[in-house]
Design a binder for this molecule. Structure first.
Ligand code: UDP
Length: 326
């Protein structure tokens, strides 16, 4: 199988590329390196330095390499940022995604996987959240993903392009060679580990007055290798099965305070924490039900345990205290 991966130099994309190559697949990475890192791209992947805003560039990449499928990771991904810069999300994520989808359809690509998000579920009526939950995007970021999900629905209906939308809950963890390196970093686990590395003085907890057991937000943390595996299973399933949507998490929630406490145990560092105001756009609790992908594709997370997840991230951050070479 030949797979074109947009955003294959980013965190989840680069680790999915690593897993695809381990599984013996051929990979073409298309990335503008705006947030990604050249060094994160597996050396056996073909690398194209290109921007999805440039429709001719992505069309040429697809026409040249004729992938069997596309995995679309390239995107702005921050809920909080999207509340402050809605146009960047509602314009760029959507227009860039459409340039890609349109080129894929034009060149007869049959399979498409979209990185989608738990931010589709801002007002869940049931917890854990399954695929029947009502979609209420919680931010311009979530809205941009929902709109791409709808476009894919029409591409299947009108052109028979099969798709899978994978709604990630909180991706985290690392492999030996690849991990999380954002600039600026905004995610809880890498920030907490930066405190343990002595690069930050403390972690600020965004609100402790939520309606949760300890007042801090509860999230479902899922190891990035387990996410990568879900992409590979979904891509294979699309070869002879229908389009699908899956929520991806471990089915267990941990509060911000529990994450900090576990990181203290893993690192042996006191990790000072202080409570600050809420971050706009953050729902109190997000926990996934991943029963559907387990039942339909036999997906089983290898690293469901929070402590193991943080240990893998800690190993990578200790070995790469400054992240990838800049
Ligand atoms: N969080 C926090 N302090 C930080 C960063 C994050 O308290 O410095 C909280 C955030 O409010 C959320 C959880 O940690 O409840 C996970 O946030 P992250 O940004 O890692 O992922 P998100 O849930 O936004 O996808």
């Amino acid at each position: 199988m030949k797979v074109l991966v947009t955003g294959g130099a980013g965190y989840i994309g680069s680790i999915t590329v690593e897993q695809l190559i381990k599984a013996g697949e051929e990979v073409i990475v298309f990335d503008n390196l705006y947030q990604g890192h050249r060094d994160a791209v597996h050396p056996d992947a073909i690398f194209i330095h290109g921007d999805l805003a440039d429709k001719a560039a992505i069309e040429e990449a697809i026409a040249t390499h004729k992938p069997d499928g596309i995995m679309h990771f390239a995107s702005y991904t921050l809920v909080g940022e999207s509340m402050e810069k809605p146009f960047m999300y509602l314009r760029d994520n959507i227009v860039n995604g459409l340039n890609l989808i349109e080129s894929a359809v034009k060149h007869g690509v049959q399979r498409f996987i979209l990185s989608s998000t738990a931010n589709l579920f801002d007002q869940p009526e049931r917890m854990p959240i399954d695929e029947n939950e009502r979609i209420v995007p919680g931010s311009p970021y979530g809205e941009s993903k929902f709109i791409l999900e709808r476009y894919l629905h029409w591409m299947d209906r009108l052109y028979g392009m099969r798709y899978a939308c994978l709604r990630y809950f909180n991706a985290c963890g690392a492999t030996e060679e690849r991990g999380e390196d954002h600039d600026p970093e905004t995610h809880l686990i890498p920030l907490v580990l930066q405190v343990a590395l002595g690069q930050r003085e403390k972690i600020v907890i965004f609100g402790d007055d939520y309606d949760t057991p300890d007042g801090t937000c509860v999230r479902d943390y899922i190891h990035v290798v387990d996410l990568a595996e879900a992409h590979i299973l979904a891509m294979r399933a699309l070869a002879d099965g229908p389009s699908r949507r899956y929520n991806l998490g471990n089915g267990r929630g941990f509060s911000v305070k529990q994450v900090i406490e576990t990181a203290r145990e893993v690192t042996g560092h006191p990790i000072p924490a202080e409570v600050g105001p809420r971050r706009p756009g953050d729902p109190a609790i997000l926990i996934a039900s991943s029963e559907t992908i387990m039942r339909e594709l036999g997906w089983r997370p290898q690293y469901p345990d929070l402590r193991t997840i943080i240990e893998t991230a800690w190993r990578w951050h200790r070995a790469h205290p400054d992240g990838y070479e800049k």
